[in-house]
Write a protein that binds this ligand. Structure first.
Ligand SMILES: [Zn+2]
Length: 67
């Protein structure tokens, strides 16, 4: 039974580490989204138009051209 206990403990600490990593990555994703948002708002868009929408070649911002 000692082995079982050992496995449980190691899983527990692995989960703890993974959760911390997820939190760090979520913070990073949030930061990167803000950065993208900032860049898209300050980009002088260079649009490539396709059927029904256009996409900026510089920042990837896209919008529908159907109004
Ligand atoms: Zn752009």
């Amino acid at each position: 039974m000692m082995d079982q206990t050992y496995i449980d403990n190691s899983h527990y600490s692995e989960i703890k580490i993974l959760k911390e990593e997820v939190e760090l990555l979520q913070e990073r994703v949030c930061h990167l989204r803000q950065k993208i948002d900032h860049l898209q708002r300050h980009c002088k868009h260079l649009f490539l138009e396709t059927a029904g929408m256009r996409e900026c070649q510089k920042c990837g911002f896209s919008e529908s051209t159907y109004y």
